[in-house]
Design a protein around this ligand. Structure first.
Ligand code: RNT
Ligand code: ZN
Length: 417
């Protein structure tokens, strides 16, 4: 009997259909962030570096992508080791300007035509993000909330242009683009006036979102944050700010980033509450270690809990799952593969749970069974179902993928001196 047959029977004994779980998993598209491949530098200027915005990569592992073509090659390599087709999440700073600087308030769909071609060739969708950091007009910690109206106008224009580019992505690719707004605005020390910047931020966003964009092609999200480097004491776009803002703009999704809350606060605990008040949610699945450190996503308890909340509550069609981390201390292609496969594994783990039976025990007040059974199920042979899923998807089932990444490192990445 094959390993998969053994697993199939084991799961069948608790009423779980492994074939059905695999089929469901095949349909879940994740949004893979382009920025893991080059430490969030982008291609705006030659040799540009991540600066400002309160985010930080650490490490200097060799071989990061320096051009859009290099990044695309790395992405293709990563996708070849990740089961099924997904979406690629781009930032505005990944434009292709043909060597001539194009500022954020001047970007157009044509600067992303190369990415659209790439997406078509590879059968993937695209998501998008305006870039409100690493710019001379973001360095004093204010973009859409700036007291300088010229700076606000500059960034409002950026936001509107990004939404139009996103609409173009959606139209070209026949699948909706999700555009995520994260603004780094905030302060190192506690400001006296915390209200005015928030009023300005809301007004700026109102202007951006008042422009009509076809909802079949684009849906916007707003991402909150608790603190960042240099914005330790105050962030304009806090969780309360965006919960409130999205309450007034029901067409928007709120983005929950795993690293943007207090250290013991977990996003898995928020999903079911937020599902009540918005049609869709966006997740930035990341892994904070002690702070918002954006470590590579791994198959840990919180990842499993996130997937369980989505699957148990029937929210697969309403929760958009994007990854968001950037580790410059290990092979960057491997970082993508580890995170994406971990997320899929967590979803599979959730899909292999006999949820209805557990709910029934709970409803009957049998909390003994609930605890005993969930503990027993933790050691069920998930791995054999995972291997079957990988085999059916035509990608390496186990650690063999790493040899392929090492080969790529030797043949390609190591030559990028
Ligand atoms: C930063 C936010 C944001 C960024 C990306 C690059 O704290 O999480 O989502 O990581 O936009
Ligand atoms: Zn994020």
């Amino acid at each position: 009997m094959s390993n998969y047959q053994i697993a199939k029977e084991k799961y069948a004994s608790i009423g779980v259909d492994t074939d059905a779980a695999i089929e469901k998993l095949k349909k879940i598209k994740l949004s893979m962030h382009c920025w893991q491949g080059d430490d969030v530098c982008g291609f705006e200027k030659a040799g540009s570096e991540l600066s400002g915005g309160g985010i930080q990569t650490t490490g200097n592992y060799p071989g990061k992508a320096r051009t859009a073509d290099e990044l695309r090659a790395d992405i293709i390599k990563a996708f070849s080791l990740i089961p099924q087709k997904h979406k690629l999440n781009l930032h505005a700073s990944y434009l292709e300007n043909g060597g001539k600087f194009v500022d954020r308030n001047e970007i157009e769909p044509k600067h992303f035509a190369g990415w659209v071609d790439f997406a078509k060739e590879n059968g993937i969708g695209l998501d998008f993000n305006p870039t409100y950091f690493s710019h001379k007009y973001s360095n004093d910690g204010a973009t859409l909330s700036s007291q300088d109206s010229a700076i606000r106008e500059f960034w409002i224009e950026h936001g509107i242009r990004c939404r139009k580019i996103a609409e173009y992505f959606g139209k070209e690719l026949g699948q909706r683009c999700n555009t995520n707004f994260w603004m780094s605005d905030g302060c190192k020390e506690s400001p006296i006036d915390k209200l005015s910047p928030r009023i300005r931020m809301a007004e700026s966003l109102d202007k951006i979102f008042s422009v009509k964009i076809d909802p079949r092609y684009n849906k916007d999200s707003v991402e909150s944050k608790l603190f960042g480097i240099g914005s330790e004491s105050y962030v304009v776009g806090s969780h309360e700010f965006f919960m409130g803002y999205a309450g007034r703009h029901p067409e928007l999704m709120v983005t929950l980033d795993s690293g943007h809350f207090h250290p013991t606060e977990i996003i898995s605990a928020k999903i079911s509450a937020m599902a009540l008040f918005s049609d869709e949610l966006m997740l930035h699945v990341s892994r904070p270690v002690r702070w918002d450190s954006d470590h590579v996503v791994i198959f840990d308890d919180e990842l499993k809990a996130i997937a369980q909340e989505i699957v148990r509550n029937g929210l697969l069609d309403r929760v958009n799952i994007a990854l968001d981390y950037f580790d410059a201390s290990i092979n960057r292609v491997a970082a993508w593969v580890i995170g994406m496969r971990s997320m899929q594994k967590a979803l599979l783990n959730a899909l292999l749970e006999p949820t209805e039976a557990l709910k029934k025990a709970e409803l009957e007040g049998d909390f003994t069974s609930r605890l005993a059974l969930t503990e027993e199920y933790k050691n069920f042979p998930l791995i054999y179902v995972w291997e079957e899923f990988c085999n059916q998807s035509g990608v390496p089932a186990g650690e063999e993928w790493l040899a392929e990444v090492k080969r790529y490192e030797k043949d390609v990445l190591a030559k990028r001196a």
